[in-house]
Design a protein around this ligand. Structure first.
Ligand code: CA
Length: 304
């Protein structure tokens, strides 16, 4: 903006010089003065608007109310619960989720969820892969807020990590009548794409979903850490990657209750690394094991 002002003053000086040579100095000088003042005024108005926008930005105050930096030696079980099962998440996933240190642990300030190719047997049978799924249910449940997770993703065919939320008390019925918010999903064979999605409508198979994907401009999500976030307010959910707002959802519904249900109830956070399943397909000979999902932190903010 200041460059613009400088430019018009330079233009004025130059034209003044020119006018001295053709004898029409006074009338032209008056004209240029008029133009310069006009542009100066426009620039001042722009500057005021810009200041106004900055102030509006500052007024949106997200206050940190819950977080885990994963700086201790062990997973904080006052914040996280392991879900132990082999049922495949309803998606024909292949893993046995365990609470063993092989599958989830803290290392260098990160929660690591590790998918291993191994035959593993327990009460629900035998599976060829193990991994972990952790949730904050009844320990960290929120209605609205900004959920922000910094993570480095695994890669390869059949690798399916997710950072997502489920309703704590399914008050509108079973999945997906009470909703699901996927902050980040990703298929390891497309390592530069993440998906943000909501599921809602009726109970299965009357459920529906909506969402879009985000393409990383350069490199893969398995190369380095990235920040995945949603901002969830009444009647609106926004998705962000590295601070870039790539999607807003405002339209959804559930049976038996008016909008903005089902996204007007408490939800908890889930972090997991699935192996195989309907969406990604199963691992093949190209898939390298073990695979690791690194979570540097999980932050929850409240708008004040
Ligand atoms: Ca950390």
């Amino acid at each position: 903006m200041f460059e613009k002002i400088e430019f018009y003053f330079k233009l004025r000086e130059k034209n003044e010089l020119n006018m001295e040579t053709n004898g029409k100095k006074n009338s032209f000088k008056h004209f240029i003065n008029h133009i310069s003042k006009k542009y100066l005024l426009i620039n001042i108005i722009f500057f005021i608007i810009l200041l106004g926008c900055q102030n509006m930005k500052r007024n949106t105050n997200w206050v940190l109310i819950w977080n885990d930096e994963f700086e201790n030696d062990n997973i904080d079980l006052s914040k996280w619960e392991h879900e132990i099962n082999a049922w495949g998440g309803g998606n024909k996933e292949l893993q046995y989720y365990t609470d063993r240190l092989d599958n989830s642990y803290i290392e260098d300030g990160c929660l690591v969820i590790q998918a291993i190719k191994e035959n593993y047997s327990s009460t629900e049978g035998t599976r060829e892969y193990t991994s972990a799924r952790l949730r904050t249910k009844y320990m960290g449940d929120w209605l609205y807020g900004r959920i922000e997770v910094r993570a480095k993703l695994p890669y390869g065919q059949g690798i399916w990590p997710a950072i997502w939320m489920l309703p704590t008390d399914e008050v509108y019925g079973g999945w997906a009548a009470s909703g699901e918010i996927d902050i980040m999903e990703y298929l390891g064979h497309e390592a530069n794409i993440v998906y943000g999605t909501i599921h809602y409508g009726g109970e299965w198979a009357n459920n529906v979903y909506s969402g879009i994907n985000y393409l990383l401009p350069e490199g893969n999500f398995s190369d380095d850490f990235h920040i995945f976030a949603i901002e969830w307010e009444e009647g609106e959910i926004r998705w962000y990657v590295d601070g870039i707002h790539y999607q807003t959802q405002t339209e959804w519904y559930t049976y038996n209750e008016d909008y903005p249900a089902p996204f007007d109830q408490y939800f908890h956070i889930i972090l997991n690394l699935a192996v195989g399943g309907n969406w990604p397909g199963n691992p093949d000979e190209t898939t390298v094991f073990p695979q690791k999902l690194f979570i540097d932190y999980v932050n929850v903010y409240e708008k004040r």
